[in-house]
Design a binder for this molecule. Structure first.
Ligand code: URA
Length: 433
């Protein structure tokens, strides 16, 4: 088989066979096929797509290119949760202890942030001493004991995806539905959970900007999951503005802790409860999402979910004092108000721009080897529908630089203020199972 023929076939909109897909995935992972040929193939897929079978084959080929994690020593039905990437998305820190508190084992592997979206692992590392690398035995033991462990992805999890994703990132081929669906699902399949709840974001801060595109992505991922024997559900949620009020690392942990302590940060709390309900139903702990939602809500209010979070932090070596007293988490030197120049109502907050503003501060990475600063970030004072007067603070920048002008400009440009009031979009658009 020759790679040039595989590229030509896809260039001419023909369907690739299973053998051809495994040939290029394995050949590229092993370094036998050069970047330029895989780049050409990615661009051909970007323009001509892949059907369901090709997408499933690509997923399987990438999943099996490295370690396939065996979670069978963990008792019970293991459920994973994955978000397609948002700004201010700290739901994992709420959902994971929440479902653990009703007995659902969560053995989760997460990534670091890149570009405008933050990473779960970076955020957890805001807590002093928190270990995101555990031995397999420790990981399994922690889940069996506390029902929860959350670690970084092992170096050899879906290595084909790692190489192909890095290539897509620099060849303008990231936002292709079959490539995104197979990339996400290959890692989820290799991670070994029995069930997966996907939070597919839609809107200005998401990969998929329209509801139609998000539905198509959700359907593609649910089909792949169910085809490989993993119970999979996708919740399509709004990302036309950041989730909650905090964007960064330590400040996102702080906000998640506030919800775990019972504070009603509406969109964040609601989405966490919805995702958690689907996880608990997949695991068979409840028959329906309504009763799951009610029980999970009780565990937010009675402190059981917060207790599960504290035990998880202790079990992974983190300083629990910083969780009990979040003012002990890393704090930036300067807190700078970003003010509105007109009065009216907030009609839009471009989530991607807010994510980029946070990245400029050092909360995220412009390129993959950058170091993240856990203390810096952004607090939004105003969200869509809120009234604003001229000169009022719309956001606060937490920065170690006294004059973070690029971030100030980016935040100002992200906010749109109009004369009449706009209501925010529905938080949950659809559930696909
Ligand atoms: N996240 C992934 O893991 N892969 C993609 O292709 C896009 C988002």
């Amino acid at each position: 088989m020759r790679m040039v023929d595989v590229v030509q076939k896809k260039r001419d909109s023909q369907k690739l066979t299973t053998e051809e897909i495994y040939f290029f995935v394995n050949g590229y992972t092993e370094g036998k096929i050069p970047d330029y040929q895989v780049s050409a193939l990615m661009m051909a897929i970007y323009f001509n797509g892949m059907d369901k079978e090709e997408t499933a084959d690509l997923t399987r080929a990438m999943a099996s290119s490295g370690d396939m994690i065996d979670l069978s020593p963990i008792q019970g039905f293991k459920v994973d949760k994955h978000s397609t990437g948002g700004v201010g998305d700290k739901t994992s820190f709420i959902v994971a202890p929440l479902v653990a508190s009703v007995g659902v084992p969560v053995a989760k592997m997460s990534g670091r942030g890149l570009g405008h979206t933050g990473g779960t692992i970076d955020k957890l590392e805001s807590i002093s001493g928190f270990q995101t690398e555990l031995s397999r035995e420790q990981f399994i033991n922690n889940v069996n004991t506390h029902k929860l462990s959350l670690v970084g992805q092992s170096g050899n999890l879906a290595p084909a995806d790692k190489k192909i994703y890095a290539l897509r990132d620099v060849t303008a081929t990231v936002d292709s539905l079959p490539l995104i669906a197979s990339s996400i699902m290959s890692k989820k399949i290799a991670s070994g959970a029995d069930g997966i709840v996907l939070d597919v974001k839609t809107g200005s801060g998401a990969f998929m900007k329209t509801l139609e595109e998000s539905q198509a992505l959700a359907e593609a991922m649910v089909t792949i999951g169910n085809n490989v024997g993993k119970k999979t559900v996708a919740v399509i949620s709004d990302m036309n503005q950041p989730l909650g009020f905090e964007i960064g690392n330590a400040n996102e942990i702080k906000e998640a802790v506030e919800v775990l302590q019972g504070k009603n940060i509406q969109d964040l709390r609601e989405l966490s409860l919805v995702l958690g309900s689907h996880m608990a139903v997949l695991a068979g702990v409840f028959d329906d999402t309504e009763s799951a939602f009610k029980e999970l809500e009780k565990n937010l209010e009675n402190g059981k979910a917060f207790e599960a979070f504290k035990n998880f932090v202790i079990a992974q070596g983190g300083d629990v004092d910083q969780i009990v007293n979040v003012s002990k988490l890393p704090e930036a030197k300067y807190h700078i108000d970003v003010k509105a120049d007109t009065e009216g109502f907030v009609s839009e907050i471009d989530a991607e721009s807010i994510g980029i503003a946070a990245m400029y501060l050092g909360a995220g990475r412009a390129s993959k080897d950058d170091l993240v600063n856990h203390a810096v970030g952004i607090t939004l004072n105003k969200k869509i529908g809120d009234s604003v007067s001229a000169g009022e603070t719309i956001a606060i920048i937490h920065s170690n630089d006294r004059e973070p002008n690029k971030s100030i400009m980016k935040i100002r440009a992200a906010y749109n203020i109009e004369n009449s009031k706009t209501n925010p979009n529905n938080l949950i658009n659809e559930v696909i199972s």
